[in-house]
Design a protein around this ligand. Structure first.
Ligand SMILES: *[C@@H]1O[C@H](CO)[C@@H](O)[C@H](O)[C@H]1NC(C)=O
Ligand SMILES: *[C@@H]1O[C@H](CO)[C@@H](O)[C@H](O)[C@H]1NC(C)=O
Ligand SMILES: *[C@@H]1O[C@H](CO)[C@@H](O)[C@H](O)[C@H]1NC(C)=O
Ligand SMILES: *[C@@H]1O[C@H](CO)[C@@H](O)[C@H](O)[C@H]1NC(C)=O
Length: 247
């Protein structure tokens, strides 16, 4: 009997979420600035991404429609640097590649030039709240379908079971529907053996074998909120990816 060897699983992650221990940065021009949110958006060039105004997810009670119904307006600004306090410019949306939809900005798809800090400001004449989100766009590694820096690390043991979950895809699943996910190994489609099950967003390997070592990627196909042919063309792009490797 060989002792179980730990395997290292690398999952490509596009969003990293950590505990929201925010501190109020300060008040500029009567606007309460919550500084930069902990949720970082990371995508590959060519992938769509939906960047949501974090104010509605942990800073204030109201959701976007409630805020809108009491007359608050939401504006977006961008600074191309990733440092808080860099010069911010209002965003002009072309409505095609980059559009404002409810409390979010959609990039269909993201491009390297989109890297930066995005600030959403919710205000009326007497009230103003602001928070910023960072977006990082990277290219895939040469001849690979992922960027190694964006991989996610996990461990598994030989002959034990291991579930790999396609990370951070909640925003790209239509409500009430199962996600449309394809798993790849070393960036190629694979005929999985019978004991490897794909359920919803998870690939379950019942008994991890040495042969399972490697880089896994998952792709999510989804449809955008808008149904114009133009958008559909952009939205049927793969989204999330994951990897697994033994070191
Ligand atoms: C916003 O919140 C209200 C009240 O909690 C709820 O009825 C409504 O469905 C929410 N809207 C959205 C778009 O989530
Ligand atoms: C601005 O919004 C705040 C929060 O919703 C509200 O309490 C206040 O009455 C509003 N002020 C005006 C002038 O509408
Ligand atoms: C990697 O990126 C290049 C340039 O964006 C693209 O042409 C190529 O198809 C990508 N490779 C894979 C395997 O996805
Ligand atoms: C996983 O990918 C890395 C490059 O990102 C490569 O060096 C390594 O050989 C791959 N692992 C396997 C088992 O193919």
């Amino acid at each position: 009997m060989r002792p179980p060897i730990p395997l290292l699983i690398l999952l490509y992650v596009t969003l990293s979420r950590s505990m929201k221990t925010v501190s109020k940065r300060g008040s500029v021009d009567g606007c309460t600035d919550w500084s930069v949110d902990y949720l970082k958006y990371r995508v590959l060039k060519g992938e769509p991404v939906r960047l949501k105004c974090a104010l509605f997810y942990g800073y204030i009670r109201a959701n976007y429609s409630q805020a809108q119904s009491v007359g608050l307006s939401l504006m977006w600004y961008r600074s191309s640097g990733l440092g808080h306090g860099d010069f911010e410019e209002p965003i002009s949306f072309d409505g095609v590649r980059m559009s404002k939809e409810e409390d979010a900005i959609w990039f269909r798809p993201a491009d390297l030039q989109d890297v930066g800090l995005y600030s959403c400001v919710l205000r009326n004449s007497s009230y103003c709240m602001k928070v910023s989100m960072s977006l990082y766009v990277a290219e895939n590694d040469t001849d690979l379908c992922y960027n190694s820096v964006m991989r996610h690390t996990e461990k598994a043991e030989l002959s034990k079971s291991k579930d790999i979950t396609c990370p951070d895809i909640e925003d790209y699943i239509e409500p009430g529907k199962d996600p449309d996910i394809t798993w790849f190994k070393e960036c190629r489609p694979k005929q999985w053996r019978a004991s490897v099950l794909q359920r919803r967003d998870t690939l379950s390997i019942r008994e991890v074998k040495e042969d399972d070592i490697g880089n896994y990627t998952c792709e999510v196909t989804f449809r955008g909120l808008r149904r114009t042919p133009d958008h559909r063309a952009h939205c049927h792009r793969p989204h999330r990816r994951a990897g697994m490797v033994m070191l």
